[in-house]
Design a protein around this ligand. Structure first.
Ligand code: XMP
Ligand code: MG
Length: 178
C-alpha cells in the first residue's frame, strides 16, 4: 500500500491538531444547542470518530449514504439517497460531517433536504475542501484543510474502496489509476 503513495499532503500530526481545534470550536458553538452529528458514509468514518471524541457535549448521531461518485474519480453531479436517517430530526441542530467538499453538489442538496425535514439549523464540518472545484454554493462552517485540485485518499477517503485506513491524506502515483 505504501508503494502506491506519491506524496503525503497532510500528516497524521497535522490532522490530529486540526481535529482537536475543530472539536473545541464546535463545543463552544453548540453549548446551548441540541447537537446531532450526521455522518456521510463511508468517507466520514475516520474523521467523525476522531472528531466526536473532541466534542465535550452531549450529542446524538446518525448516518446517511448518498451516491455521487461510483468508483470513478469524476463527480457525476447526481445525488441519490441510498440510506436515509433513522429518526426524526425536527428541532435538532444538525452538523453534517463530511470527508471532502469538491463540487459541493452533494452537500448543497443535502442541506436543503435536511432543512426541509425541519431541523433547527444545518451546518457543515468537512475535513477537506477543494475551493477551485466548487459548482454549487455551500456555506462551510468548519473546514479542516483547503487542498489543491488533486485526487486524495487516506483518513477515510478511498480510491475504489481502498486506502481508507491510511492515517494521513495523500496523493497516489498515477500508475495506480491505470
Ligand atoms: P461533491 O463534488 O458533490 O462530492 O462535493 C463530494 C464527494 O466526492 C468524493 N470526492 C473524493 N473522494 N478523493 C476521494 O476519495 C477525492 O479527492 C475526492 N474528491 C471528491 C467524496 O466522496 C465526497 O464526499
Ligand atoms: Mg464522501
Amino acid at each position: 500500500m505504501n508503494n502506491d503513495i506519491l506524496k503525503i499532503l497532510i500528516s497524521q500530526d497535522e490532522i490530529k491538531e486540526k481535529v482537536k481545534e475543530l472539536g473545541q470550536l464546535i463545543t463552544k458553538d453548540y453549548k446551548d444547542k441540541d447537537l446531532m452529528v450526521i455522518g456521510i458514509l463511508k468517507g466520514c468514518i475516520v474523521f467523525l470518530s476522531d472528531l466526536i471524541r473532541e466534542i465535550n457535549l452531549p450529542l446524538t448521531m446518525d448516518f446517511m449514504v448518498v451516491s455521487s461518485y461510483g468508483s470513478s474519480t469524476k463527480s457525476s453531479g447526481v445525488v441519490r439517497i441510498v440510506k436515509d436517517l433513522e429518526k426524526d430530526i425536527a428541532g435538532k441542530d444538525i452538523l453534517i460531517v463530511e470527508d471532502i467538499v469538491d463540487t459541493g453538489l452533494t452537500l448543497s442538496y443535502l442541506v436543503e433536504y435536511l432543512k426541509s425535514r425541519n431541523a433547527s439549523s444545518v451546518k457543515i464540518c468537512t475535513l477537506l475542501e477543494k475551493p477551485d472545484r466548487r459548482k454549487a454554493e455551500v456555506d462551510l462552517e468548519y473546514v479542516g484543510f483547503h487542498i489543491p485540485d488533486e485526487f486524495v485518499v487516506g483518513y477515510g477517503l478511498d480510491y475504489a474502496e481502498l486506502y481508507r485506513n491510511l492515517p494521513f491524506v495523500c496523493v497516489l502515483k498515477p500508475e495506480v489509476y491505470s
